[in-house]
Write a protein that binds this ligand. Structure first.
Ligand code: XLS
Ligand code: CA
Ligand code: CA
Length: 435
């Protein structure tokens, strides 16, 4: 059964192509700095947006039908799976990501939901075997159902904590069964609206415990991949506990969790940071893991999950990825949806082509920035004072406070400090981007 019959396998035709159903920059097997592009980028399809989101917003119902011709719940979900694999094939996407409730319908009871999930996991396993497509990460949707209205791990109700633990246990089992290389925890409703009704310490301790219990369980059933927390500052709750990369790293240390981060571009900008800032914070703390590739709208204060097309941003992102040594278990998941008014099957294809090409071009440009060397050399030189003399001792953390005082007293005044040359560097970046 084909749902995108009129869409061919999208070929790479090079940067001068005028064919909208072609890639201009993404050439999967082309080698860039020693690795094929598909291995650098590790693109993933997001099941929830692509196969489930119908364009509902608070002012209107859906504008696109995602039942894919199915009439019973299981048939609809099987057709979604067939459509997902057809899309991955046509777009040369090697990975996918899902929440438990994206791939199988919820039942009346947890046992029934689990049964549906098992049936769908078998169905998807079969499609994976035939196609060679892989699971980048799985996760549990512990935020949609009314039972989670005050959070899952942070709910004031112990029964909700228990339900969430059971749901995550099952999602973990399915992730392991499908060979997932990651498992994501996004806070969902793990946050609060007002301190007037909130015991913050209890909520944080419980959340840490839920993550410990479920991730230990994952290891006990053979999960070898990475656990990730995905920071987000707000929406749906006003104060999300996993605000940004730095906050999450502090939380992971406090609760002794060996996790990495899944950084989403739109969440970074909602937190008042750049995407590359969040990636760098993760990397310098040994927590660089995976990426949710999308972009927000700087004029709007919420999570718009748009397909990424800003090449400045994709370039600076891929520069961080290259500097971090590339993806190991992670990849670039398009946590992105077409706009409500872009509601046809072709729009999904155009959107993925746009996002994939923006990242492919970003990768090419990031590799050029490194090869060009001007920016790296500038940064290395800016810190050169730490390579000899007193600076070297500081770098080696082998200096006494008295030695520093003697040095300061002897110097008179610090010699003129070199300029940071920001505008020169920005222009250098433009020179590479637009060459
Ligand atoms: C929501 C998040 C979510 C996670 C997975 O804003 O981006 O989709 O990626 O639960
Ligand atoms: Ca996300
Ligand atoms: Ca998002």
């Amino acid at each position: 059964m084909a749902f995108f019959k009129h869409i061919p396998v999208i070929p790479y035709k090079g940067k001068d192509s005028r064919d909208p159903l072609s890639f201009r920059y993404y050439n999967p097997d082309e080698i860039i700095t020693g690795k094929p592009m598909r291995e650098h980028l590790k693109f993933a399809l997001s099941w929830w947006h692509t196969l489930c989101a119908e364009g509902v917003d608070m002012f209107g119902t859906g504008t696109s039908d995602k039942s894919f011709g199915g009439t019973t719940p299981m048939q609809i979900y099987k057709n979604k799976a067939l459509a997902a694999f057809e899309l991955m094939e046509k777009l040369s996407i090697d990975y996918f990501c899902f929440h438990d409730r994206d791939i199988a319908p919820a039942g009346e009871t947890l046992a029934e939901s689990n049964k549906n999930l098992d049936e769908m996991a078998d169905f998807i396993a079969d499609l994976m075997k035939k196609s060679g497509k892989k699971l980048l990460w799985g996760t549990a949707n512990c935020f949609n159902h009314p039972r989670y209205m005050h959070g899952a791990g942070t709910s004031p109700e112990a029964d909700v904590f228990a339900y969430a633990a059971a749901q995550i246990k099952k999602a973990m089992e399915v992730t392991v069964r499908l060979g997932g290389s990651g498992y994501v925890y996004w806070g969902g409703r793990e946050g609060y609206e007002t301190l007037l009704n909130t015991d913050m310490k209890k909520e944080l301790d419980n959340l840490g415990y839920l993550l410990k219990l479920t991730s230990d369980y994952g290891r006990s059933i053979g999960f070898k991949g990475d656990f990730y927390i995905e920071p987000k500052p707000k929406e749906p709750t006003k104060h999300q506990y996993d605000f940004d990369a730095a906050t999450v790293i502090g939380f992971l240390r406090k609760y002794n969790l060996d996790f990495k981060l899944n950084i989403e571009a739109n969440h970074a900008t909602l937190a008042g940071h750049t995407f590359e800032h969040e990636l760098r914070v993760a990397a310098v703390n040994g927590a660089f893991g995976s990426i949710d590739a999308n972009q927000g709208d700087p004029h709007l204060g919420w999570d718009t999950d748009q397909f990424p097309t800003d090449v400045y941003s994709t370039t600076l992102c891929m520069l961080e990825v290259l500097r971090a040594g590339g993806f190991v278990n992670g990849g670039l998941n398009f946590d992105a949806k077409t706009r409500r008014g872009s509601n046809t099957a072709e729009d999904i294809i155009y959107a993925y082509i746009a996002g994939m090409d923006a990242f492919a071009l970003g990768l090419r440009k990031a590799a050029q920035i490194i090869e060009n060397g001007t920016i790296d050399a500038f940064v290395a030189n800016r810190y050169a004072s730490y390579s000899s003399g007193i600076g070297q001792k500081i770098s080696q953390q082998a200096v006494t406070i008295e030695e520093l005082e003697a040095h300061a007293l002897a110097m008179g005044e610090v010699k003129p400090i070199p300029s940071g040359r920001q505008e020169y560097l920005e222009n250098t970046l433009n020179g590479i981007l637009f060459s």
